[in-house]
Design a protein around this ligand. Structure first.
Ligand code: C5P
Length: 224
């Protein structure tokens, strides 16, 4: 049964994975499916929120009632999220944002040169959107949530990342060996800046999404 505990709230969710173009036909990308972000959007809608879903290369059906903004690159995702966050009560960054992008974009397709070794690929850093949103807090009491996929030392890396990003909650997923990416299920621990740690047992991405909204709603209720 849906609780309308997010009624009157505007939440922003980013989903999917960014693609950083090298030339008109190639990009650097990642394996994020967007399923967890879409589950977050659907569950927030069921709980009464107005939802802006910033979707990077997902190919998933738009959740009915969400305001969906399709983006490609990290820079486009940043622009859409920052704009939507201006009046948001909560921002959940479930998208896998490329940490780096090619330093140069070739306007025509890069050709291989016969008998020549390939050029090394120069990369530059992308903006850290989660850190920026956390530092900015477009409105007082705004709750900011990040995701982290870790392969080892999950809790220690999660704690360090939470502090570094400055967000309120960090959902830490263990990945690798077919876990999480592209699958229907997730298992995670949600770390709080208040020192809390909420384990979420293996289950559907909707269940993890609802747990995240429980923690967000609790923080919104106690916000000044
Ligand atoms: O640093 P890492 O990529 O592991 O952090 C993951 C979290 O940070 C996710 O919530 C992701 O959406 C966000 N992120 C971001 N901008 C980046 C890289 C990651 O907002 N450039």
């Amino acid at each position: 049964p849906a609780r309308p505990d997010l009624a009157g709230r505007h939440v922003v969710v980013s989903a999917g994975g960014t693609r950083e173009p090298l030339d008109p036909v190639r990009y650097l990308g990642n394996r994020s499916s967007g399923k967890q972000g879409y589950a977050l959007a659907r569950t927030a809608l069921a709980r009464g929120a107005r939802v802006t879903l910033v979707a990077a290369n997902t190919g998933l059906p738009d959740p009915a009632g969400a305001d969906v903004i399709a983006v490609g690159t990290a820079e486009q995702l940043r622009e859409a999220v920052v704009k939507a966050a201006a009046d948001a009560d909560a921002v959940v960054m479930a998208a896998a944002v490329a940490d780096f992008r090619p330093a140069a974009y070739a306007a025509s397709k890069i050709k291989k040169q016969d008998g020549q070794e390939p050029e090394p690929l120069a990369l530059v850093r992308n903006p850290d959107i989660l850190a920026e949103i956390s530092a900015r807090r477009a409105r007082p009491g705004q709750v900011v949530v990040g995701f982290a996929a870790e392969t080892d030392d999950v809790l220690a890396h999660g704690r360090a990342k939470l502090a570094r990003k400055g967000c309120d909650l960090l959902v830490v997923n263990e990945v690798g060996d077919g876990k999480a990416f592209g699958t229907e299920d997730n298992e995670a621990v949600v770390l709080g800046a208040d020192g809390s740690a909420t384990p979420v047992p293996h289950g559907p991405k909707e269940a993890l999404a609802d747990q995240v909204w429980d923690l967000v709603a609790a923080r919104l209720e106690t916000a000044p």
